[in-house]
Design a protein around this ligand. Structure first.
Ligand code: SF4
Length: 199
């Protein structure tokens, strides 16, 4: 099966450590109030379908990246295909970070019915878990949306005491082919998006 993705950015520093290739998947049933990507809620519509191996080849051919970040939408709702992508990227020497609205406990429960969830957990270096809570913006830990979310270090690729995890959060704006995209720290990014829509 193909992976349905909503967006990709080849080189961002606002979605995890280092310069990363970021992929937002299409589809999320969690629907956190204040989610900044509501256009990515619906499964099966919007975005484009891509074969994991094709996308992995593009990622591995991108110069200067430290790894892949998967966001959404909800990566674990297309876990088998995201895991297939992540496996190739990791075999190519890159790290994998996944942002999920599910808690790790919920994901472990899901492994009982969806083997893709375990496959994706097994290929993840860094997992940010839990619902985004717009009332609790994270101001201390970089690359994290709200204070209730937990960053899990599954492998030795990263350490929680690395200084880069504790610097200011960032928002990126980019203009490509006439299209303005905003990504990074959700709270200010959302304010910026609403301002641009109203102006
Ligand atoms: S899990 Fe992520 S994509 Fe889904 S509603 Fe929450 S913030 Fe939005």
């Amino acid at each position: 099966m193909a992976l349905r993705i909503a967006q990709k950015i080849r080189d961002t520093e606002a979605e995890g450590p280092g310069v990363r290739f970021a992929v937002w998947v299409q589809g999320c049933t969690i629907r956190c109030p204040g989610c900044c990507n509501p256009e990515m809620f619906v499964h099966g519509k919007g975005g484009v379908e891509v074969e994991p191996a094709v996308l992995a080849a593009e990622i591995l051919a991108t110069p200067g990246i430290e790894g892949l970040s998967m966001l959404g939408g909800e990566p674990f709702e297309q876990a088998t295909d995201v895991a297939a992508l992540a496996r190739i990227v990791k075999a190519g020497g890159k790290t994998v970070m996944v942002y999920s609205g599910y808690t790790l406990d919920e994901l472990r429960e899901k492994t009982k019915t969806d083997p893709g969830v375990q496959a994706l957990l097994d290929t993840t270096d860094l997992l940010l878990d839990g619902r985004y809570d717009a009332t609790k913006p994270e101001k201390t830990r970089r690359w994290i949306g709200s204070t209730n979310q937990t960053l899990h270090f599954f492998t030795g690729a990263y350490r929680p005491d690395e200084a880069r995890f504790w610097t200011s959060n960032t928002v990126e704006l980019r203009l490509e082919n006439g299209l303005l995209t905003i990504n990074g720290w959700p709270a200010p990014a959302d304010v910026l998006r609403r301002f641009l829509r109203s102006s």
